[in-house]
Design a protein around this ligand. Structure first.
Ligand SMILES: CC(C)(COP(=O)(O)OP(=O)(O)OC[C@H]1O[C@@H](n2cnc3c(N)ncnc32)[C@H](O)[C@@H]1OP(=O)(O)O)[C@@H](O)C(=O)NCCC(=O)NCCS
Length: 312
């Protein structure tokens, strides 16, 4: 019999070792995932973050730890790479069912779970309404440049960075089918912006240092934007621009660059794969706004537990 309850102080050590095991396993197939851990810090984090544990015969067989992010419009519950573990599909079903009731009560509209980019992990969440909405990958080496147009110059943007980034964000939004209406956000001074230009800007790419996070190698930067004017695409400008930005970020101390993209965006997927990205994690998301979603299967996926289950 498995039951799910809120965490207690005595659970932290066992859950910390589950977290360490989860990161180690993820790293085995995705070498860019960082599995180094500061044990004291992890125990400190667990002590101040309430989470759920699944318990069977007094042993912890699963855990779920996430964070409520409330922007005032659509509160979301985020579960990081090591925020979910389960020993078998029954545990996953129980722990999600318990958590979904609690997060719905708190007005959560969407929840997002990060898993290693592994077909089995993604498939395990599918029966609960989760679909991949974001793919994350790492560019750990400078991508080789191939035949970019010779008349294009590449430079780090200066005072013009803000307006260039606003144009780039519009292009990215349009590519995602979003009509850009939001005003440009104030420019973060740590953003490194590069522009490709002739007598006018043709493309923009930008990156900034990431905050420390478990599972992410220290010194990782995030490539936040890359966009090329529609008339100039497929001539190697995007590749050359990212190459220039990555080299500059390395000079500024970056040891790896990560990028995210929408898995349904075929252009972005092909572009990042062509540039040699190692896919590391996937964010799988489910909407909780409608009473019907997620749809809970009658029992956990997998073979029925008993012949009676099969017939009944
Ligand atoms: C993605 C984008 C930046 C690519 O810029 P680009 O200058 O066209 O890219 P490149 O010419 O350097 O392409 C490099 C490689 O990526 C792949 N690629 C790029 N665009 C592609 C497309 N539309 N379809 C398939 N593969 C594509 C190809 O392998 C290409 O090499 P090849 O042309 O030798 O086959 C551009 O399409 C864009 O601005 N899109 C809108 C904004 C956006 O979606 N940004 C990415 C968000 S994550």
């Amino acid at each position: 019999m498995t039951h799910v309850r809120r965490s207690r102080a005595r659970d932290h050590v066992e859950v910390a070792s589950r977290i360490a095991a989860r990161l180690r396993r993820a790293r085995r197939t995705r070498p860019s995932i960082d599995d180094s851990l500061d044990g004291d810090r992890l125990l400190g984090d667990l002590a101040v973050t309430p989470y759920w544990v699944a318990v069977r015969r007094r042993r912890i067989v699963g855990h779920l730890a996430g964070q409520l992010l409330d922007d005032g419009i659509s509160p979301a519950y985020w579960v990081g790479l090591d925020g979910l573990s389960y020993d078998d599909p029954t545990v996953l079903e129980k722990i999600l069912a318990r958590a979904v009731r609690a997060v719905r009560r708190r007005g959560v509209v969407d929840w997002h779970v990060t898993v290693p980019d592994d077909a089995r992990e993604i498939a395990a969440l599918a029966p609960y309404g989760f679909t991949p909405t974001q793919r994350l990958g790492t560019l750990s080496r400078v991508v080789p440049e191939r035949g970019a147009p010779p008349d294009v110059r590449y430079r780090r943007a200066g005072a013009d960075a803000e307006s260039l980034l606003a144009r780039a964000s519009d292009l990215v939004d349009l590519a995602r089918g979003v009509h850009p209406t939001a005003p440009a956000e104030p420019l973060d001074p740590t953003i490194l912006t590069w522009v490709a230009e002739t007598d006018r800007p043709l493309g923009v790419a930008a990156a900034f240092p990431r905050l420390d996070q478990r599972g992410v190698r220290p010194g990782t930067w995030h490539l936040t934007t890359v966009a090329v004017e529609p008339a100039t695409r497929r001539r190697g400008v995007g590749r050359a621009l990212v190459t220039a930005l990555v080299e500059d970020a390395r000079r500024h101390g970056a040891r790896a660059i990560d990028v995210t993209w929408d898995p349904t965006d075929a252009t972005a997927s092909s572009f990042w794969r062509a540039l040699g990205v190692e896919e590391t994690t996937v964010v799988a998301s489910a909407a909780l706004a409608t009473p019907a979603a997620p749809r809970w299967p009658r029992r956990a996926p997998g073979p029925p537990a008993s012949p009676a289950g099969r017939n009944g």
